[in-house]
Ligand binder design. Structure first.
Ligand code: B12
Ligand code: SF4
Length: 482
C-alpha cells in the first residue's frame, strides 16, 4: 500500500495561533478520499506542532512515504516549497505534490522556479484529482489525462483542463481518526477540544481583494443540514469536540439550509460551540431568527466590514453599506454572541489620519474584537493590477495580512506598521473601558483574549506601553489583572 504523507508547512504569523491550535480540514478530506481508494495517508500537522525542519526531516525519514504532499495559501508557499525540497533531499524518488489556492493560480511561477522539488500541482478542489493522479502514476498510466493538474515535463509546463466541482459534498469520506486530537484546543474555552469543519464551499460575491471567490469561481455548494449536524454529533461523541470553527466562506448563504442546521442542533441538544464567518447582509436577513443562532450555541461571528469608508468599500466591490455593517454588529451583540470584524487598511491612498479615523469608527461600530489588517496583494486577485505599483516586497511569507506589503503614497512601510499597531492598542484600551457594561460571559472572554493578544501574539509589542489611567482605575475597581 502506497504511503502518502500530508504535511502542513511550518509557517507562523502570530495571529490566529493566539486563539487556539487549528487542524487542517482540507487534509481530513484528502486523506479520507485517498484511504477509500486504497492508499495509506498520514496527516502530519507540522505547523500546529511548531515543528522545525529538523523534526520534519526526522519524521519523513522514519515514516518513509512514497508521496509527500503539502498545501499553501500565499503566505505559506515559501515554507511549503522548503518542505517539498526536504522530501527530495531525503529521497529523490518521493513523489511531491502541492495544492490549495496559491499553487492553483501561480503554478507557472512555481514550476518554472521549483520544478526540481515540485512534481505535481493539484489545481482546485483536491479529493478526486489527488486520487486520480496517484492512480495514474502508480499504474504508469497517462498522467496528462488527469484533469486539474500542472507539472513540468522536458522543460515544458503541462497544464491539464480544469476539473468540475464535486457534485455531492455529502458523499466525501472523512478521515477524522487520523487527527492527533490532544493538541487542538480553543484557548478562550478551558479544556476544549477544537475542530475545523466544512459545511459548504464557495461564495457568490466578488470582493476584489479576496482569493476565495476566484478559487471557487463564485460557485457555492452546501452539504445537507443533516449530514453536517451528524458530523458535529460524531465529533462530539467520539472525540469530545466541543468547539467547531466552520471553515466556510459563507455558511449562511442558503437561509433554508442554515436554519435547518440551527433547528437540528437545537432539537438534538447538541451544545457544540460554533465559531463562524459570514456576511453582513446575511446577519441583517436573519435578524428574526438570531435567537436560533443563540440557542444553537453560535458563540462567535466574524463579519468582514473591511472598511469604514464607502469609497473604499466600493473599490473592494464589497457590496455592503457602512451603516449595514454597524447594524449587523449590533444584532450580534444584542444576542450576547462574540462579534468580530476586520478592517483592510494600508491602501495606497491611506494616511495616518484615515487609519485613525477607521479606529474611531471601529469604536463606534463596537465589535468585541477588531483586527486592523494590512492589505495583501495576492498576485491572482482582481485588485492586484491596481496595487502592483505600490508593492514594497515580493517575499510571499509576508503576505499574511499583518505585515505591510503595500506602501501607501504618503507613508513608509514602517510608519504603516506602527500605525496599525497603534490602531489595535487604541481599540483594545477603549474596549477595556467598556468591561463593566458587558455580560459576565463576554467580560470573561474579553479578559482572556486581551491577555492572549497582549502576551502571545504579533501585537504583543504594540500592546505594551502605558495603560491609560482611566483603564487602570476601572481594572482596579473590578479587581481584574491584565
Ligand atoms: C482554516 C483556515 C486557517 C487555519 C489553517 C489550519 C491548518 N492547520 O492548516 C488557521 C486558522 C491556522 C489559518 C491561519 C492563517 N490563515 Co487561514 N484560513 C482558513 C479558512 C477559514 C478555511 C480554509 C479551509 O479549511 N477550507 C476548507 C477546505 C476543505 O478547503 P481548502 O483548504 O481550500 O482545501 C481544498 C483545496 O484547496 C484543495 N487543497 C488544499 N490543500 C491541498 C493539498 C493537496 C496535496 C491537495 C491535493 C489538495 C489541496 O483540496 C481541498 C479539498 O478540496 C480560510 C478562509 C476560507 N473560508 O476558506 C482562511 C484563509 C485560507 N487563511 C488565510 C490567511 C491569510 C491566513 C493567515 C496568514 C492569517 C493570519 N494573519 O494569521 C494565517 C497563516 C497561518 C499561520 N499559522 O500563521 C487566507 C489566505 C489568502 C490567500 N489567498 O493567500 C484565507 C483564504 C482567508 C482570507 N480571508 O483571505 N487559516
Ligand atoms: S471576502 Fe468573503 S464575501 Fe467577499 S468574496 Fe471573499 S469570501 Fe466572498
Amino acid at each position: 500500500m502506497k504511503r502518502v504523507l500530508l504535511i502542513t508547512p511550518p509557517y507562523h504569523s502570530g495571529v490566529i495561533e493566539t486563539a487556539g491550535v487549528w487542524l487542517n480540514v482540507g487534509f481530513v478530506y484528502i486523506a479520507g478520499s485517498l484511504r477509500s481508494a486504497g492508499y495509506d495517508p498520514i496527516i502530519y500537522d507540522a505547523m500546529s506542532n511548531w515543528h522545525g525542519y529538523e523534526e520534519i526531516a526526522r519524521t519523513m525519514e522514519s515514516l518513509k512515504p512514497d508521496v509527500v504532499a503539502t498545501t499553501a495559501f500565499t503566505a505559506e508557499i515559501v515554507d511549503a516549497l522548503k518542505v517539498l525540497k526536504l522530501a527530495k533531499d531525503i529521497n529523490p524518488r518521493i513523489v511531491t505534490v502541492i495544492g490549495n489556492v496559491h499553487p492553483t493560480f501561480c503554478y507557472e511561477e512555481i514550476l518554472r522556479e521549483h520544478h526540481k522539488c515540485v512534481d505535481f500541482i493539484v489545481r482546485g478542489e483536491g479529493e478526486e484529482t489527488m486520487v486520480e493522479l496517484l492512480n495514474a502514476l502508480f499504474a504508469e498510466a497517462d498522467k496528462s489525462k488527469v484533469q486539474g493538474i500542472a507539472y513540468s515535463e522536458d522543460g515544458e509546463i503541462v497544464v491539464t483542463p480544469p476539473r468540475g466541482f464535486i457534485k455531492d459534498l455529502d458523499s466525501l469520506p472523512m478521515a477524522w481518526d487520523l487527527i492527533s486530537w490532544p493538541i487542538y484546543t480553543y484557548k478562550p474555552a478551558d479544556n476544549s477540544v477544537l475542530a475545523i469543519v466544512s459545511s459548504s464551499r464557495g461564495c457568490n460575491q466578488q470582493c476584489s481583494f479576496c482569493s476565495q471567490q476566484l478559487f471557487w469561481q463564485r460557485h457555492w455548494r452546501g452539504r445537507s443540514a443533516e449530514n453536517f449536524v451528524n458530523e458535529l454529533e460524531h465529533l462530539r461523541n467520539v472525540y469530545g469536540v466541543d468547539v467547531v470553527m466552520i471553515s466556510d466562506e459563507t455558511p449562511t448563504l442558503s437561509r433554508e439550509r442554515w436554519e435547518r442546521i440551527l433547528d437540528l442542533k437545537i432539537e438534538r441538544g447538541l451544545d457544540t460551540k460554533l465559531l463562524l464567518e459570514t456576511r453582513v447582509d446575511d446577519i441583517l436577513r436573519d435578524e428574526d431568527i438570531m435567537w436560533k443562532y443563540k440557542n444553537a450555541n453560535v458563540d462567535h461571528i466574524y463579519v468582514g466590514v473591511e472598511s469604514t469608508s464607502q469609497a473604499t468599500l466600493d473599490i473592494f466591490k464589497k457590496n455592503i453599506k457602512v451603516e449595514e455593517s454597524k447594524r449587523a454588529l449590533e444584532i450580534i451583540n444584542e444576542y450576547d454572541i462574540v462579534s468580530e470584524t476586520s478592517f483592510v487598511l494600508g491602501m495606497p491612498e491611506d494616511t495616518k489620519e484615515s487609519i485613525r479615523n477607521s479606529v474611531e469608527l471601529a469604536k463606534y461600530y463596537a465589535p468585541d474584537l477588531a483586527f486592523f489588517l494590512a492589505i495583501a496583494p495576492w498576485p491572482y486577485s482582481d485588485i492586484y493590477s491596481e496595487l502592483k505599483p505600490y508593492i514594497g516586497t515580493r517575499d510571499y511569507s509576508k503576505y499574511n495580512l499583518v505585515e505591510p506589503v503595500i506602501k501607501p503614497k504618503g507613508m513608509t512601510l514602517d510608519e504603516l506598521r506602527n500605525e496599525l499597531g497603534r490602531a489595535s492598542r487604541e481599540f483594545y484600551m477603549h474596549k477595556l473601558l467598556t468591561l463593566d457594561r458587558m455580560s459576565s460571559r463576554k467580560r470573561d472572554f474579553m479578559i482572556k483574549v486581551v491577555n492572549l493578544i497582549a502576551t502571545d501574539s504579533y501585537l504583543a509589542k504594540d500592546m505594551k506601553g502605558t495603560i491609560p489611567e482611566e483603564v487602570k482605575r476601572l481594572l482596579e475597581r473590578m479587581s481584574i489583572k491584565i
